[in-house]
Design a protein around this ligand. Structure first.
Ligand SMILES: Cc1cc2nc3c(=O)[nH]c(=O)nc-3n(C[C@H](O)[C@H](O)[C@H](O)COP(=O)(O)O)c2cc1C
Length: 414
């Protein structure tokens, strides 16, 4: 958390959500990083947290009432030279106001006068978040270039489990830094990202697959888009929402994935292979469903799926190639071997198995390996945070200039 926000002016809008207390910790991070923060509270927000807390921590009086400061046109002066308007937590009510351009309080009015980027971090009950009206507002705002940080799934204040939780302050802080510091540093990058599991059919209804959920690849795609990259995402079956601006190519088998990646490989500046590609497939997929009793004692004949990295390496001209390895043990040893074997520029190694398995979790810890530097350990954090740091490492890689495409020896691909 070392980014400097010195010289940055942020308007922090806080609304009447149970998560309003989290805005206090975020304010501390912003101020510690050197930002000048002006807090705007809605009437409801001040019923959750007293303005005094924000005043002490920001060093500025909180502004709240549209009519109280009419002499100095507070709704206009607050936003003067602001670099960012950050609304967190944002209630369903304020989200609707921002989407519709309602200006019946100071925050709504301020939002209509700003010229700077707007980040909204919604927080609400899961059913409210999923409501078509709320989703319609989210779509409308995104369509106008507003950044919406998706709420997280977890235990909600209502006692229910669902999507609607405000992300931790560190995640929001990271997003702010992405916008204010990193800006659009990936605007010349074209990222080809693979994600999710592959499925290899046994018969029309059964398949061989694995427990990958695709969260890491989707987080990378979202982080890259936020920093100005063009992104093509080749994804196996997942339940995830495709980040706005990403071109999605859905696939099922390893063969399909190879085909889709090959089609975009020459376009890409970087390939990031997060997909958990199945190593084996049934030698023959049955065209009809086999009855239960027919499986008794049946032996499954398997064959290797195509080695995607090997195939793409053979066509490589200028692309950076970044791999992911999922290991249960000897992480660094196995990782170093794969990095060398596949001639990768970078390999991100994560652990699978156990409670903290990389598969399915929203958080992860990884080792980043590159050919000429010592391994870099990234401690447990959200996949979205890791994505930002992995993209930073990608930018540090030396440029690739190959006289000839690399030809690799066939070996096991993860
Ligand atoms: C205890 C409590 C917690 C609430 N939490 C939320 C919330 O997390 N998200 C939300 O959209 N509304 C929440 N509300 C409802 C809002 O406070 C209400 O819609 C209010 O009008 C929002 O006003 P504002 O958007 O101007 O701040 C909560 C209300 C109460 C009483």
């Amino acid at each position: 958390m070392s980014a400097s926000l010195i010289g940055k002016r942020i308007v922090l809008g806080v609304t009447g959500s149970i998560a309003a207390y989290k805005a206090v910790a975020l304010l501390r991070l912003l101020v510690q990083a050197g930002a000048e923060v002006q807090v705007v509270l809605t009437e409801s927000a001040s019923r959750f947290i007293a303005p005094l807390t924000f005043e002490v921590l920001s060093g500025h009086p909180v502004v709240q009432d549209l009519f109280a400061g009419h002499q100095d046109m507070k709704h206009l002066s607050v936003t003067e030279q602001a670099d960012l308007l950050l609304v967190t937590p944002c209630t369903a009510n304020t989200l609707a106001k921002l989407a519709l351009g309602l200006a019946d309080n100071l925050l709504g009015t301020v939002a209509l006068t700003i010229q700077c980027p707007l980040i909204i971090c919604p927080a609400m009950d899961g059913e409210m978040w999923e409501h078509p009206t709320v989703q319609g507002h989210v779509t409308g705002l995104r369509g106008r270039g507003v950044m919406i940080l998706e709420p997280e799934t977890g235990a909600l204040a209502s006692g229910q489990w669902g999507k609607g939780r405000l992300p931790d302050e560190a995640v929001i802080f990271e997003e702010v830094c992405n916008v204010l510091v990193k800006g659009r540093d990936l605007q010349h990058e074209r990222l080809l990202i693979s994600a999710g599991p592959t499925q290899e059919p046994l018969d029309p209804i059964r398949f061989l697959s694995n427990g990958s959920t695709g969260k890491m690849g989707y987080a990378l795609a979202e982080a890259a888009i936020a920093r100005g990259a063009e992104v093509v995402l080749v994804s196996g079956p997942t339940q995830l929402k495709v980040p706005r601006g990403v071109s999605l190519f859905p696939v099922q088998t390893a063969e399909d994935m190879l085909r889709a990646l090959t089609a975009h490989f020459h376009w890409a500046t970087t390939l990031i292979m997060t997909a958990a590609v199945g190593d084996f497939r049934p030698k023959q997929a049955l065209s009809q469903k086999l009855k239960k009793e027919q499986w008794d004692g049946a032996a499954l004949q398997l064959e290797r799926t195509p080695d995607i990295l090997l195939a793409l390496s053979a066509q490589r001209t200028h692309q950076r190639m970044i791999g992911f390895a999922a290991e249960t043990d000897h992480l660094l040893e196995h990782g170093q071997a794969k990095l060398a074997q596949k001639h990768l520029d970078m390999l991100v190694v994560n652990q699978i198995g156990g409670n903290q398995s990389a598969f399915g979790n929203n958080t992860n810890e990884v080792h980043v390996l590159t050919p000429h530097n010592p391994p870099r350990f990234m401690p447990r954090q959200t996949k979205r945070q890791l994505a930002g740091k992995i993209l930073d490492c990608m930018l540090d890689l030396p440029p690739v200039h190959l006289a000839q495409p690399t030809v690799l020896h066939k070996s096991h691909t993860g």
